[in-house]
Write a protein that binds this ligand. Structure first.
Ligand code: ATP
Length: 406
């Protein structure tokens, strides 16, 4: 009997121990579930906050922009000129520090236009942002490889009229107004424009036409006007319009407002060029990779009527460019420019510059003080694999468009 009792006790004990273990396991599992749920809860709360803020942004009415004209009543009120119309006398929100409010500041009024609720940052003038103005560029003709014929042509049509206008007047000839440089990306068009500005002692003013379309929407025509105004003021000057095709591409219809805006910018450019009569001290250069899509109106006489092709460099050109970009590098004797030029067929000046930089890095990585031929050969392979944009063949039917192609 007592044996049986002992057995029963043991069985009950075992059952209890098993049950405790099961409960502990369940407890652990519930705890980990709780942890997961708490984490999910935290994530959902964060998401909820985000969406609440987004909804707030969507439903909040717009504020009104205004300029402070005068601060009144020791900073209690102010006279502002609102962009919606009349001058208003408005209150100043208590969050705004009275001392910081000065005439001329840009502020935001609440929706009812009754209170200044925020001081805004000064808006950067897009005209200043759009232009790169260099009084004396650092690039000279000797920094450009493989383009001696092109440099000669540019000297005649850009540099001479700027440096010796009398010569043209005496001979009774008019230099071309606009010069279009075309060719694959990275062949040195910008470099040439900068160098000719330097050699002619002219101010270099550069605008990138694609930015009118992407960055300065609605300001294109004004920027063009201001660029020409500045060029007249800074004359002798060279206006360089990069990526001209962004505003100068042929269009079949001008349906969207974006296209109309591009068209307005182009019309302003043409009007400025047409209005320029004695253009001896301001020369206009433009660059494009896509002359095939340009609006023929741009290529008419009196506009971009001189077109100069800037091709990818040939073998000798590549040797020259290698020499230019390794001028400051310490090289071992085995570096052979001819061989490098041979294995870089189809490379542009920008590609060759990339090869030289990469070769330098190869030496740096190997902890060497000078750059070897192998560093260059590895760099050539690297650049070949990384060349994002393949040079494209560019078609030009100059005769049809009445253009003189040099
Ligand atoms: P994109 O059409 O992309 O504007 P681009 O033709 O204007 O190109 P650049 O900006 O002048 O080309 O060239 C890019 C860089 O490549 C230059 O700063 C220069 O270092 C190098 N480079 C290009 N062409 C030459 C060249 N002919 N001689 C020496 N360096 C060159």
């Amino acid at each position: 009997m007592s044996m049986a009792n002992d057995d029963e006790v043991t069985i009950t004990e075992n059952t209890i121990i098993r049950q405790i273990k099961e409960l502990e396991a369940e407890n652990a599992s519930l705890r980990s579930q709780l942890e997961i749920l708490m984490r999910q809860n935290a994530n959902l709360s964060a998401e909820l906050q985000y969406y609440k803020k987004e909804v707030e942004k969507l439903v909040s009415p717009p504020l009104i922009e205004a300029i402070v004209l005068e601060v009144l009543d020791e900073g209690e009120r102010a006279v502002v000129k609102s962009t919606t119309g009349p001058n208003l006398i408005v209150k100043i929100d208590s969050k705004i520090s009275k001392e910081s409010l000065k005439p001329g500041l840009r502020v935001a009024l609440n929706q009812r236009g009754s209170t200044i609720v925020e001081i805004l940052n000064e808006r950067e003038d897009p005209v200043a942002q759009a232009m790169e103005v260099i009084e004396r560029p650092s690039v000279s003709y000797k920094d450009i490889g493989g383009l001696s014929r092109e440099i000669q042509l540019i000297k005649e049509v850009v540099e001479l009229p700027l440096t010796k206008p009398g010569l043209f007047k005496e001979l009774g000839i008019e230099p071309p107004k606009g010069i279009l440089l075309y060719g694959p990306p990275g062949t040195g068009k910008t470099l040439l424009a900068k160098a000719v500005a330097r050699e002619s002692n002219a101010t270099f003013i550069r605008v990138v036409a694609s930015e009118f379309v992407q960055k300065f929407i609605g300001e294109g025509a004004r920027i063009v006007r201001e660029v020409f105004k500045l060029a007249r003021k800074k004359a002798p000057a060279i206006i360089f319009i990069d990526e001209l095709d962004a505003i100068g591409a042929k269009r079949l219809d001008i349906g969207t407002s974006g296209e109309r805006e591009v068209q307005r910018t182009l019309m302003q450019l043409l009007a400025e060029m047409d209005g320029f009569n004695e253009l001896y001290d301001v020369r206009i250069l433009a660059a494009t990779n896509r002359i095939d899509i340009l609006d023929p109106a741009l290529l008419r006489p009196g506009r971009f009527d001189r077109v100069i092709e800037i091709p990818a460099p040939d073998l000798d050109g590549r040797i020259e460019i290698f020499k230019i970009h390794t001028k400051k590098m310490k090289l071992t004797r085995d570096v052979d420019f001819k061989k490098l030029a041979e294995v870089t067929e189809g490379f542009t000046g920008a590609d060759i510059k990339a090869v030289c930089t990469e070769a330098g890095y190869n030496a740096l990585r190997a902890n060497r003080r000078s750059v070897r031929m192998k560093d260059f050969m590895d760099a050539v392979e690297f650049v070949k694999n990384n060349r994002a944009v393949e040079s494209r063949g560019i078609k030009l039917d100059g005769k049809e468009q009445g253009v003189s192609i040099l």
